[in-house]
Design a protein around this ligand. Structure first.
Ligand code: BGC
Length: 247
């Protein structure tokens, strides 16, 4: 199945083996157009579809709330995504049916099905630490979509402005300071959801060894996700595969 991950800097795609979750092709990247209007992004998606000479349904993860193929928010993407029926638009431009889901939900699905957290029970939360913070919430392996835990009110602002990897870079935070900020946020998440496991993905998860010692929760286990930057592509492909298998 073809999976595509739409990000602020690049769109990335690959064909994924649905038994193993591994890429069967090289990853192909296209720069995110500027401005990233829905039409320009649809054209970039089509470029990836053409590159792989793909015909048939495929999956696409986007950094927004997604309901029934319509994106309802645009925190780190172009405002034209607000209330846009991108499922219909992408399908029309590419000539194939597309399944759309939130990028962090996609990454979480990939980790649960193919990563270290393979089918654990209980409550699992995946948080992607990138420009923003994305989230995926699972109860007994079942995904509750569009949780947007990066937008929890936090201090004077929201969590992703306090402790995303983007904020760490922007403010030039030392690892110790960053670890403490992230710990405050994770303690809040633990208080609200009592998760068994919190997986940290996205760019920020690569540096877990530099700040992990500051994470002190009551019982939730915290560990970096395994699939790193590939999780969004793998999860988007898996989502489309599952939708079409059950159709
Ligand atoms: C968006 C989420 C997205 C996350 C990671 C947030 O700003 O609101 O929908 O999952 O960034 O890209």
């Amino acid at each position: 199945m073809l999976g595509i991950d739409i990000g602020g800097s690049n769109l990335k795609g690959a064909i994924v083996d649905m038994h193993t979750g591994k890429f069967v092709t090289e990853r192909f990247k296209v720069r995110t157009p500027d401005p990233a209007s829905t039409q320009a992004v649809a054209d970039a998606v089509q470029q990836i579809v053409r590159h792989f000479d793909w015909s048939g349904p495929f999956g696409c993860g986007v950094p927004a709330i997604v309901r029934k193929g319509v994106t309802l928010s645009a925190a780190n993407i172009d405002d034209s995504f607000i209330n846009a029926d991108i499922q219909s638009l992408f399908s029309a431009v590419c000539g194939h049916s597309v399944e759309i889901l939130n990028d962090a939900d996609a990454a979480g699905m990939a980790e649960l099905h193919f990563g270290d957290a393979h089918q654990p029970g209980g409550v699992v939360i995946m948080l992607t630490l990138g420009t923003g913070i994305g989230s995926a919430l699972f109860s007994e392996g079942h995904l509750i979509q569009n949780t947007e835990l990066g937008h929890l009110k936090f201090g004077d602002s929201i969590a992703e402005k306090y402790c995303s990897d983007g904020t760490r870079k922007k403010l030039g935070l030392e690892w110790d300071e960053y670890g403490k900020r992230l710990n405050e946020y994770l303690q809040h998440i633990e208080l609200l959801f009592s998760p068994d496991l919190i997986l940290l993905g996205g760019g920020g998860s690569k540096h877990f060894d530099k700040y992990g010692q500051h994470i002190k929760l009551k019982f939730a286990e915290v560990r970096p996700a395994r699939l790193l930057n590939d999780a969004g592509i793998i999860g988007a492909a898996y989502y489309a595969h599952e939708k079409h298998r059950s159709a």
